[in-house]
Design a protein around this ligand. Sequence first.
Ligand SMILES: [Zn+2]
Length: 148
Amino acid sequence: MDCFSCVRTARIGTLPPREVVGVDGHWRVAHAFDTSLPGWLVLVPRRHVTSVAELTDAEAAGLGPWLVGLSRALRAVTGCAKTYVVQLAEKEGFAHVHFHVVPRMPDLPPERRGPGVFGFLGLPEDRRVSDERQDALALALRAALGPA
Ligand SMILES: [Zn+2]
């Protein structure tokens, strides 16, 4: 299996907090692994789906509450002014539908606003948010999300 999301979802019981910020029967939330922006989250369906149009009604019903709940949790934990929500799924190995839920910080420089925020993604290891920091953020976000 070469799908980044499905490989991880298959090991859901053994994943670190940063890979399971939140979970229910249809969706899993992870901290983006290759970002320098603390709190950049990715919401993925647990089933392999490559188009939003393929989501079931049950999956769709959870989508809105997840996007809003994660946005509220990010506001509480990171102090972001709002969130960006983006779904593209174009990169090789990342065709699995994934919604980026990105904290838009109050001091984000103008050139990083809008699509420019993707300059914080796809970074080499030495520029990424550390695993330890991602795990700590994940636990704080879980607490902010409240019981599933
Ligand atoms: Zn997949």
